[in-house]
Structure formats: C-alpha cells, structure tokens
Design a binder for this molecule. Structure first.
Ligand code: PMP
Length: 442
C-alpha cells in the first residue's frame, strides 16, 4: 500500500528475500537479518517500506541532501539525456566540479581525480603516496575502515579476523579515543596519541622500513564515532612528514559539511592542519556512485613517472559530475551546514540530558550531525552494553527509527542522518530513545 492506501507496491517481500538468499553472495551485508526491511522509496530524511511505513533515517549519510532530492534527480535526468561518456574528452561539468571542490580546500590542495567509490579513492591515495614518497609502509588506526578492495582491507583493522590479515607493511596506532582509549583521562591526549604514533615510526625505522603514508578518518565512524582530541592531527602529521610519509585524510563518511562548522572534518583541528591527500565519496553523489581524491599538483604529478596515464571508465563522467555539482549547490542553497550545526547541537544537548537520566549511557560525543552514544553496563568499568545496544536497535526500528551500531564492541549508536534532519526529528528521536532506554534499563 502506498501512503494513500493504494496498492502500488506489488513486490512480495518473501520472494525478494528468497531470491536474495539464492542469488546474492551470502556475506553481502543486510540490516536486521532476523526480519530485513524492504525499502521501496526515500523522501528527505525518511525511508518507506513496501507497506508504506515511514522510517526516520538516522543512518544514511549518503543521502546527504535528502533521499530522492528532486533537484538531484532532475539534474541527473537532464545530463543523462544529453551525454554520459568518459573523461578522455573535455567537458565543462568535469572541470567545474574540480574547480569547485578545490575551492573548498586550503592551499595547496587544488588538484582532483574522480572515481566511483570511497574504496577506489583510498586505493588511489595509497598509490599516490607510494609514488611520491618512495615508501612502502602504511600507518593506520585501530578499528579503521577504508574500503572493501584488497589494498583498503589491508589497512582496515575493522575488517581483520585472523592474525595473517595484519600485513608486515601495515602498522596500527590506537584510535585517539578520549572516552575508552589508552590515553582516556590524560591531560593532553592529543599529544599522547601522537607520541604513540611516533614510537611506531621509530620501531619501523629500526626494521629499515620506509613510511609511505599515514591514513586516518578525520572522524572515525565504524570505529565508534571517535572525535580526535585537539592537537592530534597537527602533531601526528608533523611526525609522519619528518619520516618522509604523506598524510591522507579519509573524509568519505564525514565530508561535505556534515560537521556543520567546516566543509571538511580535518578543518576542526585548526587552519594549519592540512593533509597531503584527501579522499571523499559517499555524500558527494547523494546516492549516485561518485568519489574523488584531492591533492597537490606535485603529488599528482608524481604518478606520471609510474603510470602511463590515469584512466577510470566511469570516474568523472558528465552525469556524476553534474550530480556532485548539484549536491554542492543544494548544501549551499538550503543552508545545510547551518542546519547540521544547529540541529546537531540541539540533538547533542538532548542526548546529554538522557545521559543524566539513563546510567547505561556512558558517553555522548559528536559534532554537527555526526554523533555517537556509547552504552555501558557500568560507568566506572565501562563494560560495553553490547546486548542491550542490540535490543535497543531493534526496538527503535519497531518504533520506525533507524539507527546503526558500531565500534569495537558494537555498543555505540551512530547518528549520521541526511543533513535536512529537523528539530522535530531530533525531538522524536530523543523521545523514542528515552522510552526505549527506559524499557531496557528495567
Ligand atoms: N572510507 C570510509 C571512512 C568509509 O566509511 C567507507 C565506507 N563505509 C569507505 C572508505 C569505502 O567506501 P565505499 O563503500 O564507497 O567503497
């Protein structure tokens, strides 16, 4: 039934599930495995199932400007009806997107490459870093996720299961978690975590290994919504550069104004903190596959000595570029960064109030519309409330609110909704969360 009670969705959920089990690779992720959702429509911050139920989407940072935004659809249709070919031809959409993206970054980050996914962007970032630095080794963060292709899996401890998944050329530093991490409670955690990174570099040098890159998510998402403490990136980048490596900021999850105050999350660490390479994706196409690597001319040019040319069949095609340009227009025209700042602050305040009421909330953290609520069984020991979080996540779904769980113990509720999330949505979310936590606590 649609919202008006008409039987427009003739899809049979049971058959869709059966076909999926039969023909789709079993490791393919699925939410709510015990009773998966079948979503047939998206509208702004809502997802609608085959029965017409509307779910408030608090997860989908890909539908950045709102699901099925009519301006994105219109721009896509118009360009698709004219031309969609590869970037071996000159096209105005390609260069205008490159210029526009470059204008959002501090100097000297003003050269772009385009591709189709966050994984591809990180893969190219690693290739560029190796070409420029001549190094082999990569420093990554505990619980980091950088993508599903092999080069990215090898630097994503989030996905490792066996000891052999940890390759010799990869060195893991602690995530700069100020709630649960190694230096939680320290006076200057930013410095402490950066010093730990430097110790890794020293160990690496003793083994005669040469650093190529340090890669970090500007705000760690799969790792549990971690906001690095002040000074961390500045110090860490200093150590990495002193060892001849490049600094890669993975903004695939958190870029394009999600943090509200800045277009890019690394900018939260201060105007003097500038990565050598930035990777962006997910929100860039509002659901359409498009991503980019932004770097300096010097670093981009270094690839010329290694590869005859960079060619990506779909990357930078006129349709993808038109869509990305339109998404950037909407962020600006609909004041979505201001909205992320104000609604995000309001939501954080609501969650802080809930923390006072529910002992199970150990920590509330976030910036803009990127927020984490960590559930614990004991506020002193911080024992993760993993099972409780799972119950909560299912009960929220029963109340038509979609959240996700993540972090090393799967006990952090992640909130990263479309940027058109409203004060009313925040009220509804906080109210349902309050109810749900009350039921779980007793
Ligand atoms: N980097 C980060 C931080 C991500 O969260 C993801 C996807 N979750 C990726 C890279 C990979 O992006 P994609 O799935 O588009 O390949």
């Amino acid at each position: 039934m649609d919202l008006n009670g008409n039987a427009v969705y003739e899809l049979n959920k049971k058959d869709v599930l059966a076909l999926r089990i039969k023909h789709v690779g079993s490791p393919t992720a699925l939410y709510f495995r015990h009773d998966p959702l079948m979503i047939v429509k998206g509208e702004g911050q809502y997802l609608i199932d085959e029965k017409g139920n509307r779910y408030l989407d608090c997860i989908n940072n890909v539908a950045h400007v709102g699901h099925s935004h009519p301006k994105v659809t219109e721009a896509c249709n118009e360009q698709m009806s004219k031309l969609c070919t590869n970037s071996r031809y000159l096209h105005n959409t390609h260069v205008s997107l490159a210029e526009r993206l470059a204008n959002t970054f501090p100097n000297p980050l003003d050269v772009c490459f385009f591709m189709n996914s966050g994984s591809e962007a990180n893969d190219l970032a690693l290739t560029l870093a190796a070409a420029y630095s001549g190094g082999t080794d990569v420093i990554t963060m505990d619980s980091a996720y950088h993508g599903h292709v092999r080069s990215c899996l090898e630097i994503s401890p989030y996905k490792w299961r066996k000891p052999e998944d940890h390759k010799d050329y990869v060195h893991v530093v602690s995530a700069p978690d100020v709630y649960r991490g190694k230096y939680a409670g320290s006076e200057n955690p930013g410095l402490d975590y950066a010093n730990e990174l430097n110790q890794k570099i020293e160990i690496m040098k003793d083994k005669n290994r040469k650093l190529s890159a340090f890669i970090m998510e500007s705000l760690q998402s799969c790792g549990g919504q971690i906001i690095p403490p002040e000074g961390y990136m500045r110090e860490a980048f200093r150590y990495v550069r002193a060892a001849g490596g490049l600094c890669i900021a993975d903004e695939v999850q958190v870029g394009f104004g999600r943090v509200g105050s800045h277009y890019w999350a690394f900018q939260l660490q201060g105007p003097d903190v500038i990565p050598d390479i930035v990777t962006v994706g997910k929100p860039m196409g509002n659901g359409h596959p498009v991503s980019a690597v932004i770097t300096t001319k010097e670093i981009a040019d270094s690839l010329t000595n290694k590869l005859p040319s960079y060619f990506n069949t779909f990357g930078g095609n006129p349709v993808s570029c038109t869509i990305a340009n339109t998404v950037m227009d909407i962020i600006e025209n609909e004041n979505l960064m201001e909205n992320a700042s104000s609604v995000g602050k309001y939501l954080l305040e609501k969650f802080e109030l809930l923390k006072k009421k529910h002992k199970i909330i150990g920590d509330v953290r976030g910036v803009g519309l990127f927020i984490g609520v960590e559930l614990v069984r004991d506020e002193k020991t911080k024992e993760p409330a993993t099972e409780e979080a799972e119950v909560m996540y299912n009960r929220m779904r029963d109340r038509y609110i979609l959240v996700s769980l993540d972090g090393p113990f799967n006990n952090v509720m992640k909130f990263k909704p479309p940027m058109c999330f409203t004060y009313d949505n925040a009220d509804q979310l906080a109210e349902v969360l309050d109810d749900t936590l009350s039921q779980i606590s007793c």
